[in-house]
Design a protein around this ligand. Sequence first.
Ligand code: MLT
Ligand code: ZN
Length: 455
Amino acid sequence: MIEALHEILSADRVATDDDALQNWGRDWTRNFPVAPSAVVFPERIEEVQALVRLANREGLALVPSGGRTGLSGAAVASNGEVVVSFDRMNRILDFNPADRLVRCQPGVVTANLQAFAEEQGLYYPVDFASAGSSQIGGNISTNAGGIKVIRYGMTRAWVAGLKVVTGTGELIDCNRGLMKNATGYDLRHLMIGAEGTLGLIVEAEMRLAEAPQPQRVMVLGVEQFPDILKVLERFQRHISLSAFEFFSDLALEKVRAHRDLRAPLATPSRFYALVEFDESALDLATEAFEATVEAGWVADAVLSQSEAQARDLWQLREGISESISGYTPYKNDLSVKVAALPGFLQEVDALVSESYPDYEVCWYGHIGDGNLHLNILRPAEMSVAAFHEFGHDISPGIFELVQRYDGSISAEHGVGLVKRDFLSYSRSDAEIALMRGIKAVFDPNNILNPGKILA
Ligand code: MLT
Ligand code: ZN
């Protein structure tokens, strides 16, 4: 197999040493075995096509790999697969100002696309804590969300065109950057969020937004969870918010300890909402804040007075995930309609605290778009394996609640290996059968990321 790979790629672009296999063979999850047989680094589309053809001929499985910051195990290679890293396909190819389109390779790091947009006086609005290492191909493959979804939507909203190598090695050019294109099925949208199971994304045309005004950030202390939703409703009444995030007191405690940050408010609260809005809406935001205090929902708040202070306040939310990673937490990424959030959170919280009263439960997330991150921290004395078992035991109960609330068991992290066996809590048998049919059309020999999303 290695010889066959060398016929496609120069020797320096085929790695089989243990360090490389361990590094490129996994994402941010830590509970799956990592055992690829090789890592390859194509530089051209034709090379990706040749790899796919080889995989079909020899029965090899390919795992596409971007910045490896995923949380669902979609980029993990556990069964001798060949990892196809896009690290060397990392160039921005051109920019079309009239259409505000950037054509780029899949390995472009998200932060580099953001910086490129800024150089053009524009804005790439999909943003999250791992933007410094995640890659555009991975963002598209997981339909990444993050902290600005309430205003700008998910990655899907910014993908204008995709070149994809399907499971048979064919190159398809989906939508070609058009704004309007009513010519039947839009295959581009099938590829977005497909986690590399239908095709390998080899080029993307990303749309850019107009540059935003300077932003202000406010962090508000809220004692009762349902009041956060009242605060959201009050702020949204007259303001188009850029972000509305939340975190619990425990999440704040962890991120402060990890990054040595000061408490945002003199009076601590059980929950905190982080609101971001345009500078021009400052008077409206001040009015909204006063109304929330008068109503008794908000105890205290802080408003950023500079860009540096806004960045510091954002750290309180964006640093949480990293600050708890040492606990190898049981992570969950759930969504329900915003209106259903208070009942849903209360029931999930009760389920966890009644069954496992001694565990630390950390809540945070993108509450403005109905997305809650539930993280249960592993007690220091418990092994990672035993805690993994606990996660397996508790998941069905949580997912039954998600189902009852008509929600999703994966809001933005994807399915991968982590949620695969639970897919039926969010998708009907008919939908799963159709998904299998689609997979068989694009990848008849099941060589693209086998075992991800669908068993
Ligand atoms: C976040 O919102 O911080 C990310 O989705 C990562 C996480 O959930 O840990
Ligand atoms: Zn998130």
